[in-house]
Design a binder for this molecule. Structure first.
Ligand code: ADP
Ligand code: MG
Length: 480
């Protein structure tokens, strides 16, 4: 029987919300929408221990359908762009040349990239599993790109289940909520990512080979990853092994013909779910593992070039006038890509630095880092810019400046650790994309489902794992 609840214009009362939240949390536990619980020290290393439901929004967040279509349409364009840019080694090296002077991590990546250029190493089979993230800017009512991720994009596994959860809740409580489950778009990200990995594996035609997932030694988001492992095995008959970078260093070697062998197993696809942050390289061992894999003939998802294309510096370079034109021919497609670019500037631009010091709230200052918690906002932008200017030299090159996007806030119920609370929130939409090609043949170039993340509007950062945001899904509306 339905719980006794009263509603005002589709808004259930507090008791009803509590009841729904309990049901939602139970549903998560029963459907694998779970993460490791910080409170349990073993939850990041021992599977099946210390689970908690993933932080979720109780109901999907609204987005006008036109923006959804726009974001979906952009996915294959960004996939193609990444591939084209990745082939221009000089562009990557030149664009990042100043960054490398001040950023050791970028510098190490560029060293590996340079080695591959010098050896004239060609990646014939190229696999990209990307996610392009957007926010709807309320000032301009336009969808603007936050960033394009080309390495270790998270939540392709869990996001598909959030969509199912929301459809289930709407089906159960729909007439009270005045919502229609059909307006929550389907989300097959996990199946599509698994399929792309399997297809890359297929290109090698080595039955005994495995997909190797590179993971962090401690990973509380492991169930997101295990969803892909499951589909790889069940839908494609492909085995996945999980290794840390230091395990690859200890157990890996490359045969004279280029074959990557780890612990006596042939690896034809390396899928990185680690390796995007300097923290993943505590010693030389991890760097030599990265180099070893890059030197092998295995498909790297991503290759060192694809990884570099996803840096914030390259995002900013691509936004300069006439740069997209170097890589793409189709004028309409170029215009579509450019339409979603926010203002992006290098700190060479003295005028922009000056105006950011004067109006710091209109900018975000970003270092060359991934994974959340690194950006600088508000008055800190002013302070940092003044300090960096004083330091002089190339200190400014470690950062880019970005136009601050102001999404409209709305009320949502967030459920975290079994506790539901209502807050003013903003959302970020990520569209997954898969790209696979073998020489001249494009085998896959698709959008692959979506990730909606919702966070309290007063929080600047957006990471779910970092504890800022919750997983969400989309509710498409007509109005623009
Ligand atoms: P990361 O690599 O850490 O994910 P992002 O560029 O995605 O770096 O920034 C992290 C978060 O900061 C985003 O998820 C978003 O919530 C917020 N953010 C980033 N850029 C902007 C911007 N230009 N305007 C407003 N918020 C932003
Ligand atoms: Mg991000």
């Amino acid at each position: 029987p339905l719980p006794a609840m009263s509603t005002t214009e589709g808004k259930p009362d507090a008791d009803a919300v509590e009841e729904m939240a309990r049901e939602a949390a139970a549903w998560c536990a029963m459907h694998g929408l779970v993460v490791g619980d910080r409170a349990d020290p073993r939850s990041g290393t021992v599977p099946g221990v210390g689970l908690v439901h993933a932080p979720i929004s109780l109901l999907p967040s609204r987005l006008p359908e036109s923006f959804w279509s726009q974001a979906c349409e952009l996915a294959p364009l960004f996939n193609e762009l990444v591939d084209r840019v990745s082939l221009d080694g000089d562009f990557l090296q030149d664009s990042l040349s100043k960054t490398r002077q001040v950023d050791d991590f970028t510098s190490r990546l560029l060293d590996i990239h340079r080695k591959m250029m010098d050896a004239n190493k060609k990646e014939n089979i190229r696999l990209g599993l990307h996610r392009s993230d957007y926010m709807l800017d309320s000032e301009t009512n336009s969808l603007l790109q936050i960033e394009l991720n080309t390495i270790s994009v998270s939540f392709p596994g869990l996001c598909s289940i959030v969509t199912e959860l929301h459809r289930t809740l709407i089906n159960q409580y729909g007439n009270l909520l005045c919502l229609d489950a059909k307006r929550v778009p389907g989300n097959e990200a996990s199946r599509q990512f698994a399929k792309a990995l399997a297809k890359a594996w297929d290109e090698f035609n080595v039955d005994s080979a495995v997909v190797m997932m590179i993971v962090q030694p401690e990973e509380r988001n492991m169930y997101d990853q295990y969803w892909l492992v499951k589909y790889l095995r069940e839908s494609h008959g492909v085995t996945t092994i999980r290794k840390t970078l230091s395990e690859v260093e200890a157990e890996g070697r490359v045969l004279p013909d280029g074959t990557l062998v780890v612990n006596d197993r042939k690896v034809t696809v390396v899928y990185f779910r680690a390796g995007y942050t300097p923290n993943d390289y505590p010693s030389e061992a991890e760097w030599s593992a990265r180099l070893l894999m890059e030197q092998s003939s295995a498909v790297k998802c991503p290759s060192i070039s694809y990884h570099l294309v996803g840096t914030k510096k390259i995002q900013q370079e691509l936004a300069k006038p006439n740069v997209l034109e170097r890589f793409l021919e189709n004028k309409e497609e170029i215009a579509k890509l450019r339409q979603c670019f926010a203002g992006l500037w290098s700190l060479d631009d003295e005028e922009v630095v000056k105006s950011a010091i004067e109006n710091p709230d209109l900018f975000v200052l970003k270092p060359q880092r991934e994974g959340g918690g690194n950006n600088i906002y508000g008055l800190d932008v002013r302070e940092a810019l003044i300090r960096l200017k004083k330091e002089g030299g190339d200190a400014l090159s470690a950062y880019i400046l970005m136009q601050r996007i102001f999404p409209k806030a709305s009320l949502a119920s967030l459920v975290r650790g079994g506790v539901c609370h209502e807050a003013l929130t903003v959302s970020e939409l990520g569209i997954y994309g898969a790209y696979l090609r073998n020489k001249d043949k494009v085998i896959i170039n698709d959008k692959c489902g979506y990730l909606m993340r919702t966070k309290v509007s007063s929080s600047d950062e957006g990471g779910v794992a970092a504890g800022f945001a919750v997983l969400d899904s989309l509710y498409l509306t007509d109005k623009v």
